[in-house]
Design a binder for this molecule. Structure first.
Ligand code: ADP
Ligand code: MG
Length: 662
């Protein structure tokens, strides 16, 4: 007797729905991708109850004929690929032909659509996967898909849905990111009570970021203009990477926005990555970004990044997971190194921190009410559809703090609560104008009231000019408060934080010596006896070897105590104990999760910090000149190993403007 049977189609669809439809945001994702594939340039999303009661996506795309409108709900029915070979060259967002039948299996769905070639439109109604009604309909053009009562027939899955505000935030994040990837199209997202996104077409991503998130975030970002690289490829997909004779070359292009070193996030949630405009979570690129920021950001913090990668579709396999949020590159090594180098290059040549005060706008943002507040709060959670992918592919990382607001806060702008998520809706800028209004400094009149421009003067604005390297020709003029070196060159006026500048110099030197195994220890006249807590002792045991390679000689002394006999050469004896404890404490709980590389960085950063010139220390001209020169020679003169800015600059143009000498 045979006990195996083929599952009925309805059951198969419900199973597929388990992979494709996790929550309302997954429906929005699939429907928006269909709209984009249909060539729409206007997409409107409406939701009720966070999408649990209703998700509707309307577009002005090509629409479907009567027959196609019915076929679309068959399993594996797609207009986008024809053969298995096509799978290696997918240029559309969809291709699996699974979304519509999967969604229809677990909801009450109404499709209304018309193809330009047909006089009348078609309405199809499906309830829980069963066709209820097909009728003709007067319909202008394009397509509307209405999905009600998600999981009404699978109550067990319905229970997994989160609060309405949480689901809404996931939907909002998704719409926001597709809007970011397509600045030339309009997007709207509305709930019953609110319009959450409404953006009209703009010429570039920069203006789209401004529309969606405002000028304050833009100020924290460095724009990467497109970087192109030729990549040798092999005509047959699957040909080995190490084949010596490439048959052709293709162009790989990368552009986007990355954050300045002083912007630090406690998790990876503000890193967004698009491959051929498809939002994906990709371990390889995350790694490339982390590498690019190495020694610019401390090891366990993350930048904000919005990276677009474009390459021929045949070079990426998008058929890795049903929700299509993971990809595989044919030449992953090349892509990784290209992304890392392009980002690092841009980071290294970015301007120093702008000299004018950072915006206060966030503090003044009007109180957020009702729905919006909930959205803003919920938005600080993990991004929706990508979470699964990330959990699968990334090692756990200790992030200290996962608090919603804190994840989006940066030290440079403590009140900023947005990242690449939506904040409360804000007024749209004047069309075509990239107003940086929010980033203007706040001036006060003699009575102390805020005014729009400096008393009697023009507003100095931040230039958005190209990159500039840290100059070799700075002349020190003196110090402010014995802490900040004031210097000048033809570009303008520079202020350098002497402690972090020296820290950067020492950090890079220590790293170099460590690589060459030449770190020198200095024997202490009297050993320093340090009492250790048990966890400190455990950490010490684990890193003993690395410590000795960094110039330490630490020996057991008593049951709980150790004797430091030798310490890195630049460290003053009175700092030795604190340095060791700092290293042990910083490493403590996360010891097992970090790589040797990270460990070395942490030790170098701590040594550099303790050995560096302090603030409130007078420096003579020679020492100032020496420091500026050494700083200019470092790989990353703009940020200290902990990501703090080292240099401020008042550009000559700004100075002239402020004195009305333009
Ligand atoms: P896939 O997108 O993988 O092809 P779907 O189940 O999402 O599978 O959609 C099935 C087909 O229905 C698509 O291939 C497309 O031809 C058609 N379709 C779906 N949504 C739209 C839309 N908004 N506009 C025009 N055609 C659509
Ligand atoms: Mg689709």
């Amino acid at each position: 007797m045979s006990i195996i049977h083929i599952l009925p189609e309805a059951v198969a669809n419900k199973i597929a729905a388990g992979e494709v439809v996790e929550r309302p945001a997954s429906i929005v994702k699939e429907l928006m991708e269909n709209s984009l594939d249909a060539g729409a340039d206007r997409i409107e999303v409406s939701v009720e109850a966070g999408g649990k009661r209703l998700v509707r996506v309307e577009d002005n795309g090509c629409g479907m004929s009567h027959d196609d409108a019915l076929l679309a709900f068959e399993r594996h029915a797609t207009s986008k690929i024809r053969s298995a070979e096509d799978l290696f060259d997918v240029a559309t967002l969809g291709f699996r032909g699974e979304a519509l039948p999967s969604i229809a299996a677990v909801s009450r769905l109404v499709l209304q659509t018309r193809h330009a070639s047909e006089p009348a439109g078609t309405r199809v109604e499906i309830v829980g996967g069963k066709l209820r009604d097909v009728s003709e309909l007067g319909w202008p053009s394009g397509t509307s898909v209405e999905v009600r009562d998600l999981f009404f027939n699978t109550p067990a899955r319905r229970k997994f849905l989160k609060a309405e505000s949480t689901e809404l935030s996931h939907v909002a994040s998704l719409v926001t990111h597709y809007a970011l990837a397509h600045p030339e199209k309009s997007f709207r997202l509305a709930s019953l009570s609110n319009e959450i996104v409404n953006v009209s077409p703009v010429p570039d991503s920069r203006q789209r970021i401004y529309q969606l998130m405002g000028g304050q975030l833009l100020d924290q970002l460095i724009e990467m203009t497109p970087v192109e690289r030729r990549m040798a490829v092999y005509s047959a997909p699957g040909a080995p990477d190490d084949d010596e004779t490439p048959s052709e070359a293709v162009i790989v292009r990368l552009w986007g926005f990355i954050s300045r070193p002083e912007v630090q996030k406690l998790n990876r949630n503000s890193i967004y990555f698009f491959v051929n405009r498809r939002l994906v979570r990709d371990r390889l690129i995350l790694h490339a970004i982390t590498e690019a920021y190495r020694n610019v950001l401390p090891p366990s913090v993350f930048p904000v990044a919005l990276i677009f990668l474009e390459l021929p579709p045949a070079e990426v396999d998008v058929n890795v997971h049903p929700s299509k949020t993971e990809v595989r590159f044919r030449h992953s090594g090349f892509i990784h190194d290209f992304a890392r180098d392009a980002i690092r290059q841009r980071l290294m040549t970015s301007r120093p921190v702008a000299a004018f005060p950072l915006p206060k706008a966030a503090q003044q943002r009007s109180a957020i009410e009702g729905d919006e507040a909930e959205v803003a709060e919920a938005l600080a959670e993990e991004p929706p559809l990508l979470r699964g992918a990330e959990e699968r592919s990334l090692e756990p990382f200790p992030s200290g703090e996962h608090g919603p607001a804190s994840a989006w806060r940066s030290p440079a702008a403590p009140t900023e609560a947005t990242g690449f998520r939506l904040s409360a809706p804000r007024p749209a800028p004047r069309p075509g104008v990239l107003a940086l209004g929010e980033s203007e400094p706040i001036f006060r009149d003699p009575a102390g009231a805020p005014v729009a421009s400096p008393p009697g003067g023009a507003v100095p604005r931040l230039e958005e000019a190209g990159a500039s390297e840290f100059p070799m020709d700075l002349k020190p003029l003196g110090q402010v408060e014995d802490s900040f070196i004031v210097a000048t060159n033809a570009e303008g006026l520079w202020i350098v934080d002497q402690h972090v500048a020296h820290e950067r110099v020492l950090f890079e030197r220590h790293q170099r010596l460590r690589r060459e195994k030449k770190v020198e220890g200095q024997r202490l006249l009297l050993p320093v006896i340090v009492e250790l807590k048990p966890e400190q002792q455990a950490t010490l045991g684990e890193i003993a070897e690395e410590l000795s390679a960094n110039g330490f000689d630490v020996e057991p002394f008593g049951q709980r105590t150790v004797a430091i006999k030798t310490a890195p050469a630049d460290i003053a004896p009175q700092d030795v104990q604190r340095l060791l404890l700092e290293i042990l404490d910083e490493l403590g709980p996360e010891m097992r999760a970090i790589s040797l590389e990270v460990l070395r960085n942490k030790i170098s950063a701590s040594v550099a910090c303790h050995a560096a010139i302090k603030v409130n220390m007078p420096l003579d001209r020679n020492r100032m000149e020496w420091l500026l020169r050494e700083l200019a020679r470092t790989e990353c003169p703009m940020a200290c190993p902990h990501g703090r800015p080292i240099v401020l600059r008042y550009g000559l143009k700004d100075i002239r403007k402020a004195f009305r000498r333009t």
